[in-house]
Design a protein around this ligand. Structure first.
Ligand SMILES: [Zn+2]
Length: 359
Protein backbone atom coordinates (compact mmCIF):
# COMPACT_ATOMS: atom_id res chain seq x y z
CA UNK A 1 0.00 0.00 0.00
CA UNK A 2 2.80 2.38 1.04
CA UNK A 3 4.62 1.57 -2.20
CA UNK A 4 1.48 2.16 -4.24
CA UNK A 5 1.14 5.66 -2.74
CA UNK A 6 4.83 6.35 -3.45
CA UNK A 7 4.34 5.10 -7.02
CA UNK A 8 1.42 7.47 -7.65
CA UNK A 9 3.24 10.37 -5.96
CA UNK A 10 6.28 9.74 -8.20
CA UNK A 11 4.03 9.67 -11.27
CA UNK A 12 2.41 12.98 -10.27
CA UNK A 13 5.80 14.62 -9.69
CA UNK A 14 7.12 13.42 -13.06
CA UNK A 15 3.98 14.74 -14.77
CA UNK A 16 4.97 18.13 -13.31
CA UNK A 17 8.47 17.72 -14.82
CA UNK A 18 10.08 17.72 -11.37
CA UNK A 19 12.59 15.04 -12.46
CA UNK A 20 13.50 17.02 -15.53
CA UNK A 21 13.99 20.23 -13.49
CA UNK A 22 16.27 18.45 -10.99
CA UNK A 23 18.23 16.72 -13.74
CA UNK A 24 18.92 20.12 -15.15
CA UNK A 25 19.75 21.68 -11.73
CA UNK A 26 22.15 18.79 -11.02
CA UNK A 27 23.67 18.54 -14.48
CA UNK A 28 27.15 19.32 -13.14
CA UNK A 29 26.99 16.49 -10.58
CA UNK A 30 28.29 13.02 -11.34
CA UNK A 31 25.65 10.29 -11.08
CA UNK A 32 26.95 6.77 -10.37
CA UNK A 33 24.46 3.91 -10.54
CA UNK A 34 24.93 0.65 -8.63
CA UNK A 35 23.68 -2.58 -10.13
CA UNK A 36 24.37 -6.17 -9.10
CA UNK A 37 22.82 -9.02 -11.10
CA UNK A 38 20.55 -8.68 -14.13
CA UNK A 39 18.31 -11.71 -14.62
CA UNK A 40 15.77 -13.28 -16.91
CA UNK A 41 12.29 -12.63 -15.44
CA UNK A 42 11.19 -16.28 -15.26
CA UNK A 43 14.13 -17.15 -12.98
CA UNK A 44 14.50 -13.88 -11.07
CA UNK A 45 14.80 -14.28 -7.28
CA UNK A 46 12.78 -11.82 -5.17
CA UNK A 47 15.95 -9.98 -4.22
CA UNK A 48 17.00 -6.33 -4.51
CA UNK A 49 20.30 -7.43 -6.08
CA UNK A 50 18.76 -9.24 -9.08
CA UNK A 51 17.12 -6.83 -11.52
CA UNK A 52 14.78 -8.26 -14.21
CA UNK A 53 16.24 -7.61 -17.66
CA UNK A 54 13.22 -5.71 -19.08
CA UNK A 55 13.63 -3.06 -16.35
CA UNK A 56 17.35 -2.83 -17.07
CA UNK A 57 16.57 -2.26 -20.76
CA UNK A 58 14.06 0.46 -19.89
CA UNK A 59 16.66 2.19 -17.67
CA UNK A 60 19.44 2.00 -20.29
CA UNK A 61 17.14 3.51 -22.85
CA UNK A 62 16.28 6.39 -20.48
CA UNK A 63 19.93 6.93 -19.52
CA UNK A 64 21.03 6.96 -23.14
CA UNK A 65 18.48 9.69 -23.92
CA UNK A 66 19.19 11.93 -20.93
CA UNK A 67 22.79 11.40 -19.87
CA UNK A 68 26.34 11.21 -21.09
CA UNK A 69 27.53 7.74 -20.07
CA UNK A 70 31.24 7.82 -19.17
CA UNK A 71 33.60 4.90 -18.58
CA UNK A 72 35.51 4.43 -15.34
CA UNK A 73 38.67 5.22 -17.34
CA UNK A 74 37.17 8.65 -18.17
CA UNK A 75 36.67 9.19 -14.46
CA UNK A 76 40.24 8.13 -13.63
CA UNK A 77 41.63 10.48 -16.31
CA UNK A 78 39.50 13.35 -15.00
CA UNK A 79 40.84 12.77 -11.47
CA UNK A 80 44.46 12.44 -12.57
CA UNK A 81 44.40 15.43 -14.86
CA UNK A 82 42.00 17.43 -12.68
CA UNK A 83 39.68 17.84 -15.65
CA UNK A 84 35.95 18.44 -15.40
CA UNK A 85 33.62 15.69 -16.53
CA UNK A 86 30.99 16.49 -19.16
CA UNK A 87 27.63 17.74 -17.93
CA UNK A 88 25.05 15.01 -17.14
CA UNK A 89 27.78 12.41 -16.65
CA UNK A 90 26.68 9.00 -15.44
CA UNK A 91 28.77 5.94 -14.65
CA UNK A 92 27.27 2.43 -14.57
CA UNK A 93 28.76 0.12 -11.93
CA UNK A 94 28.03 -3.53 -11.15
CA UNK A 95 29.08 -5.08 -7.83
CA UNK A 96 30.17 -8.66 -7.05
CA UNK A 97 30.83 -10.09 -10.55
CA UNK A 98 27.74 -12.18 -11.33
CA UNK A 99 27.82 -14.39 -14.42
CA UNK A 100 24.52 -12.87 -15.54
CA UNK A 101 26.45 -9.60 -16.04
CA UNK A 102 28.03 -11.44 -18.99
CA UNK A 103 25.03 -13.49 -20.13
CA UNK A 104 22.23 -10.92 -19.72
CA UNK A 105 23.60 -7.39 -19.13
CA UNK A 106 26.59 -7.40 -21.51
CA UNK A 107 24.51 -8.07 -24.70
CA UNK A 108 22.28 -5.10 -23.80
CA UNK A 109 25.23 -2.82 -23.02
CA UNK A 110 26.62 -3.75 -26.44
CA UNK A 111 23.28 -3.07 -28.10
CA UNK A 112 23.13 0.41 -26.50
CA UNK A 113 26.90 0.87 -26.84
CA UNK A 114 27.23 1.95 -23.21
CA UNK A 115 30.34 1.37 -21.07
CA UNK A 116 30.21 -0.03 -17.53
CA UNK A 117 32.55 -1.20 -14.78
CA UNK A 118 32.23 -4.49 -12.90
CA UNK A 119 33.67 -4.86 -9.39
CA UNK A 120 34.98 -8.38 -8.91
CA UNK A 121 35.27 -10.41 -5.74
CA UNK A 122 38.43 -11.86 -7.22
CA UNK A 123 38.88 -15.12 -5.27
CA UNK A 124 35.42 -16.28 -6.35
CA UNK A 125 35.89 -15.60 -10.06
CA UNK A 126 36.26 -18.82 -12.02
CA UNK A 127 35.03 -20.96 -9.11
CA UNK A 128 31.66 -22.65 -8.58
CA UNK A 129 31.23 -20.98 -5.18
CA UNK A 130 28.49 -18.48 -4.40
CA UNK A 131 28.89 -15.48 -2.10
CA UNK A 132 27.74 -16.26 1.46
CA UNK A 133 24.63 -14.03 1.30
CA UNK A 134 23.40 -15.75 -1.85
CA UNK A 135 23.96 -19.15 -0.25
CA UNK A 136 21.96 -17.86 2.72
CA UNK A 137 19.11 -16.87 0.41
CA UNK A 138 19.04 -20.29 -1.28
CA UNK A 139 19.23 -22.19 1.99
CA UNK A 140 16.49 -20.06 3.62
CA UNK A 141 14.28 -20.52 0.56
CA UNK A 142 14.78 -24.29 0.71
CA UNK A 143 14.16 -24.30 4.48
CA UNK A 144 10.85 -22.43 4.09
CA UNK A 145 9.78 -24.75 1.25
CA UNK A 146 10.61 -27.73 3.49
CA UNK A 147 8.73 -26.21 6.48
CA UNK A 148 11.84 -26.25 8.68
CA UNK A 149 11.37 -24.75 12.14
CA UNK A 150 14.01 -22.00 11.91
CA UNK A 151 13.81 -20.96 15.54
CA UNK A 152 14.94 -24.39 16.63
CA UNK A 153 18.14 -24.29 14.59
CA UNK A 154 20.67 -22.14 16.35
CA UNK A 155 21.21 -19.55 19.07
CA UNK A 156 21.38 -16.82 16.48
CA UNK A 157 17.90 -17.64 15.31
CA UNK A 158 16.50 -17.54 18.81
CA UNK A 159 14.84 -14.15 18.48
CA UNK A 160 11.09 -14.57 18.37
CA UNK A 161 8.56 -13.93 15.62
CA UNK A 162 10.72 -14.74 12.61
CA UNK A 163 8.70 -13.87 9.50
CA UNK A 164 7.64 -16.73 7.24
CA UNK A 165 7.98 -14.63 4.13
CA UNK A 166 11.35 -15.00 2.39
CA UNK A 167 11.29 -11.35 1.22
CA UNK A 168 11.20 -10.24 4.88
CA UNK A 169 13.20 -13.05 6.44
CA UNK A 170 16.23 -12.86 4.17
CA UNK A 171 17.15 -9.17 4.70
CA UNK A 172 16.59 -9.56 8.43
CA UNK A 173 19.00 -12.48 8.75
CA UNK A 174 21.57 -11.31 6.22
CA UNK A 175 21.85 -7.96 8.02
CA UNK A 176 22.34 -9.76 11.29
CA UNK A 177 24.85 -12.23 9.89
CA UNK A 178 26.98 -9.78 7.92
CA UNK A 179 28.58 -8.60 11.19
CA UNK A 180 29.44 -12.18 12.25
CA UNK A 181 32.58 -14.06 11.22
CA UNK A 182 32.57 -15.99 7.93
CA UNK A 183 32.96 -19.20 9.92
CA UNK A 184 29.80 -18.45 11.92
CA UNK A 185 27.87 -17.58 8.77
CA UNK A 186 28.91 -20.72 6.92
CA UNK A 187 28.13 -22.83 9.97
CA UNK A 188 24.58 -21.52 10.05
CA UNK A 189 24.13 -21.95 6.31
CA UNK A 190 25.30 -25.56 6.47
CA UNK A 191 22.88 -26.22 9.37
CA UNK A 192 20.03 -24.81 7.30
CA UNK A 193 21.05 -26.91 4.31
CA UNK A 194 21.22 -30.07 6.37
CA UNK A 195 17.55 -29.66 7.35
CA UNK A 196 16.26 -29.34 3.76
CA UNK A 197 16.18 -31.77 0.86
CA UNK A 198 18.96 -30.96 -1.61
CA UNK A 199 17.12 -30.35 -4.89
CA UNK A 200 18.71 -27.83 -7.25
CA UNK A 201 16.88 -24.49 -7.32
CA UNK A 202 16.34 -23.02 -10.84
CA UNK A 203 17.07 -19.55 -9.35
CA UNK A 204 20.51 -20.75 -8.33
CA UNK A 205 22.20 -19.94 -11.64
CA UNK A 206 21.65 -16.21 -10.99
CA UNK A 207 24.18 -16.44 -8.18
CA UNK A 208 26.93 -18.01 -10.28
CA UNK A 209 29.95 -15.76 -10.64
CA UNK A 210 31.92 -14.91 -13.77
CA UNK A 211 34.65 -17.10 -15.23
CA UNK A 212 38.00 -15.53 -16.12
CA UNK A 213 37.28 -16.27 -19.82
CA UNK A 214 34.10 -14.19 -19.61
CA UNK A 215 35.95 -11.40 -17.80
CA UNK A 216 38.64 -11.38 -20.49
CA UNK A 217 36.11 -11.40 -23.34
CA UNK A 218 34.23 -8.43 -21.88
CA UNK A 219 37.51 -6.60 -21.24
CA UNK A 220 38.57 -7.17 -24.88
CA UNK A 221 35.34 -5.50 -26.05
CA UNK A 222 36.71 -2.27 -24.44
CA UNK A 223 33.15 -1.54 -23.32
CA UNK A 224 33.47 -3.21 -19.92
CA UNK A 225 36.11 -2.30 -17.36
CA UNK A 226 36.92 -4.04 -14.11
CA UNK A 227 37.84 -3.05 -10.58
CA UNK A 228 38.39 -4.64 -7.19
CA UNK A 229 35.64 -5.51 -4.69
CA UNK A 230 38.14 -7.27 -2.36
CA UNK A 231 39.23 -10.91 -2.69
CA UNK A 232 36.43 -12.50 -0.64
CA UNK A 233 33.82 -9.75 -0.06
CA UNK A 234 34.82 -9.05 3.51
CA UNK A 235 33.84 -5.71 5.05
CA UNK A 236 37.22 -4.02 5.26
CA UNK A 237 36.66 -2.24 8.58
CA UNK A 238 36.44 -5.74 10.09
CA UNK A 239 39.84 -6.82 8.77
CA UNK A 240 43.03 -6.85 10.82
CA UNK A 241 45.70 -4.61 9.36
CA UNK A 242 47.70 -7.72 8.34
CA UNK A 243 44.76 -8.78 6.15
CA UNK A 244 44.58 -5.54 4.17
CA UNK A 245 47.18 -6.75 1.69
CA UNK A 246 45.30 -9.92 0.72
CA UNK A 247 41.90 -8.20 0.44
CA UNK A 248 42.89 -4.83 -1.07
CA UNK A 249 46.36 -4.87 -2.65
CA UNK A 250 46.69 -8.50 -3.85
CA UNK A 251 43.40 -8.53 -5.85
CA UNK A 252 44.58 -5.38 -7.67
CA UNK A 253 47.83 -7.11 -8.67
CA UNK A 254 45.98 -10.28 -9.68
CA UNK A 255 43.40 -8.47 -11.79
CA UNK A 256 46.08 -6.31 -13.47
CA UNK A 257 47.97 -9.49 -14.35
CA UNK A 258 44.90 -11.33 -15.67
CA UNK A 259 43.83 -8.38 -17.85
CA UNK A 260 47.28 -7.08 -18.62
CA UNK A 261 46.28 -3.52 -17.78
CA UNK A 262 46.24 -1.09 -14.89
CA UNK A 263 43.46 -1.51 -12.33
CA UNK A 264 42.92 1.77 -10.49
CA UNK A 265 39.51 1.65 -8.85
CA UNK A 266 38.05 -0.08 -5.81
CA UNK A 267 34.55 -0.63 -4.46
CA UNK A 268 33.94 -1.21 -0.74
CA UNK A 269 31.78 -4.24 0.24
CA UNK A 270 28.73 -2.96 2.09
CA UNK A 271 30.34 0.47 1.65
CA UNK A 272 28.88 2.66 4.42
CA UNK A 273 31.36 5.51 5.07
CA UNK A 274 32.88 5.54 8.58
CA UNK A 275 31.28 2.20 9.39
CA UNK A 276 32.48 -0.23 6.70
CA UNK A 277 35.62 1.78 5.91
CA UNK A 278 37.36 4.85 7.26
CA UNK A 279 40.18 7.26 6.50
CA UNK A 280 42.91 4.73 7.33
CA UNK A 281 41.58 2.42 4.60
CA UNK A 282 41.40 5.33 2.17
CA UNK A 283 45.05 6.10 2.94
CA UNK A 284 46.01 2.47 2.28
CA UNK A 285 44.16 2.51 -1.06
CA UNK A 286 46.12 5.62 -2.06
CA UNK A 287 49.43 3.98 -1.03
CA UNK A 288 48.59 0.94 -3.16
CA UNK A 289 47.99 3.06 -6.26
CA UNK A 290 44.21 3.25 -6.39
CA UNK A 291 42.84 6.49 -7.83
CA UNK A 292 39.30 6.33 -6.46
CA UNK A 293 36.79 4.10 -4.70
CA UNK A 294 33.03 3.75 -4.47
CA UNK A 295 30.90 3.71 -1.37
CA UNK A 296 27.20 2.95 -0.87
CA UNK A 297 26.44 6.48 0.39
CA UNK A 298 23.29 7.43 -1.53
CA UNK A 299 24.08 10.73 -3.23
CA UNK A 300 25.03 12.53 -6.41
CA UNK A 301 28.63 13.82 -6.49
CA UNK A 302 29.13 17.57 -6.75
CA UNK A 303 32.32 19.30 -7.92
CA UNK A 304 33.95 18.79 -4.49
CA UNK A 305 33.29 15.08 -4.13
CA UNK A 306 35.85 12.95 -2.31
CA UNK A 307 37.46 10.44 -4.72
CA UNK A 308 37.68 7.72 -2.05
CA UNK A 309 34.06 8.13 -0.93
CA UNK A 310 32.18 8.41 -4.21
CA UNK A 311 28.43 8.25 -3.60
CA UNK A 312 26.15 6.08 -5.69
CA UNK A 313 22.47 5.53 -6.41
CA UNK A 314 21.44 1.90 -5.89
CA UNK A 315 19.00 0.39 -8.34
CA UNK A 316 17.44 -3.01 -7.75
CA UNK A 317 14.42 -5.22 -7.93
CA UNK A 318 12.04 -2.99 -5.92
CA UNK A 319 10.53 0.50 -6.01
CA UNK A 320 13.92 1.94 -7.12
CA UNK A 321 13.25 0.44 -10.55
CA UNK A 322 9.72 1.73 -10.94
CA UNK A 323 9.88 4.04 -13.98
CA UNK A 324 8.99 7.38 -12.34
CA UNK A 325 10.71 6.61 -9.04
CA UNK A 326 13.92 5.81 -10.97
CA UNK A 327 13.69 9.13 -12.83
CA UNK A 328 13.18 11.12 -9.63
CA UNK A 329 15.87 9.32 -7.66
CA UNK A 330 18.52 9.66 -10.37
CA UNK A 331 17.62 13.36 -10.81
CA UNK A 332 18.67 14.05 -7.20
CA UNK A 333 15.19 15.21 -6.17
CA UNK A 334 14.95 12.91 -3.10
CA UNK A 335 18.41 13.94 -1.84
CA UNK A 336 17.46 17.62 -2.11
CA UNK A 337 14.23 16.91 -0.23
CA UNK A 338 16.11 14.99 2.48
CA UNK A 339 18.57 17.80 2.95
CA UNK A 340 15.74 20.36 3.32
CA UNK A 341 14.02 18.15 5.93
CA UNK A 342 17.23 17.57 7.87
CA UNK A 343 17.85 21.33 8.00
CA UNK A 344 14.31 21.93 9.29
CA UNK A 345 14.63 19.14 11.87
CA UNK A 346 18.13 20.06 12.94
CA UNK A 347 18.35 23.85 13.32
CA UNK A 348 21.49 23.44 15.48
CA UNK A 349 23.29 22.07 12.46
CA UNK A 350 22.05 25.07 10.49
CA UNK A 351 23.54 27.37 13.13
CA UNK A 352 26.81 25.43 13.10
CA UNK A 353 27.03 25.87 9.36
CA UNK A 354 27.33 29.63 9.65
CA UNK A 355 30.13 29.72 12.21
CA UNK A 356 32.52 32.57 11.19
CA UNK A 357 35.60 30.32 11.05
CA UNK A 358 33.94 28.35 8.30
CA UNK A 359 33.11 31.33 6.11
ZN1 LIG B 1 29.19 -6.55 -2.93
Amino acid sequence: MKNLIKKYAAKALCTLWIDSIFRSLNKKKLLVLTYHGVCLPERCPPLFTQLPVHLFREQLSFIKRHYQVISVDDLVVSLREKKKLPERSVLLTFDDGFMNNYKVAFPLLKEFNLPAVIYLTTDYIGTDQHLWFDELFLSLKAALENHVDLESIEDLFSFSNLPNDLAELYPLLSNKLKRKTLKERLHLISKLKSKSSSTEDPMQENFNLLTWEQVKEMHASKLIHFGVHTATHRIISELDKEEWHEEIAAPKERLSEMLNCEVATFCYPNGIPDLDFNESHEQYLIEKGYICSFSTAESLNDANYKPFRIGRVSVGNDLTSEKNFFRLQTSGFFYALKSVFSKINNPKRKQREIQPEEI
